[in-house]
Design a protein around this ligand. Sequence first.
Ligand code: RIB
Ligand code: CA
Length: 303
Amino acid sequence: MKLIIDTDPGIDDAIAIALAHALPQVDLIGMTAVFGNTHVVQSSRNARYLADLLGFDVPVAEGAALPYGEVSYAPSDYVHGPEGLGDLMTIPQIGQNDPRNAAQFLCEMAAKYAGELVICAIGPLANIADAIALDPSFVTNVKSLVIMGGAFEHAGNVSPYAEANIIHDPIAADAVFGSGMTITMVGLDATMKTLLTPTDFDDLEKAAPKIGGFIKRIADFYLGFYRSVGVIDGCPMHDALAVLACTDPEKFTFQMTGIKVTQSGDEIGATVADTTRKPVAVAMGCDAVWAVDLMKTQISGLG
Ligand code: RIB
Ligand code: CA
């Protein structure tokens, strides 16, 4: 499977990128960076840092710095840390971004691998919306777009109605859901079923001292955030689950419905049913034990 990850790394993004690299059936051909958990310049720096740490080299194309319609953006650095990877500071600049911006890279790769390329978007959706606007054939060239985002029956995590990736760019998200792309939405309905505990991270560190130890270190920050909001003694495996929806959709249960994104008011960013739109495969559940075990097994093999 040819895969591009559109990402705002991001602690759970880092787990997703490591998992995608580890899965034998995935050919990760590139990453595109977007604002979200951190500023886009940091997102691309973190993506290249993670690729170097994991020992692979793929193009990283930098994309949107701002949400559609906004003139500024401030990351919630208390969730993923001041530079997006927990307590890591002064993350080094390794290599250079691809000369193409994210939308250009996405469109070129979708044309080159027409009908084959899967895109896994695990941050706000501005880069995807930009690609749709840049090249009309992008919508049909992409085999499928798997989004970590949204909340259909589950409560939101930024507001009672909205999940982070969607509320951080509701205009872009609505353009993507209304584009006619073949979309799978892996939202909180599924991801809140896959909780990682401190013991899971201890296991990763024991099995893979370098990569597992790195993930444990950055996850400690994420676990601290979730404890601080009294949610759980653990953290949801949001982004990594979206990667598994790319490779093993049969492990998920889906509801097919068109989706639109509320654009204003208290419910801004809500992902709600819209029967006038092309149906999206909305993940309502998954084999959570399988998902966590597979992530741990795969990443444990990275050393
Ligand atoms: O709501 C969870 C999503 O928001 C994840 O992608 C996480 O990395 C943040 O971007
Ligand atoms: Ca993310």
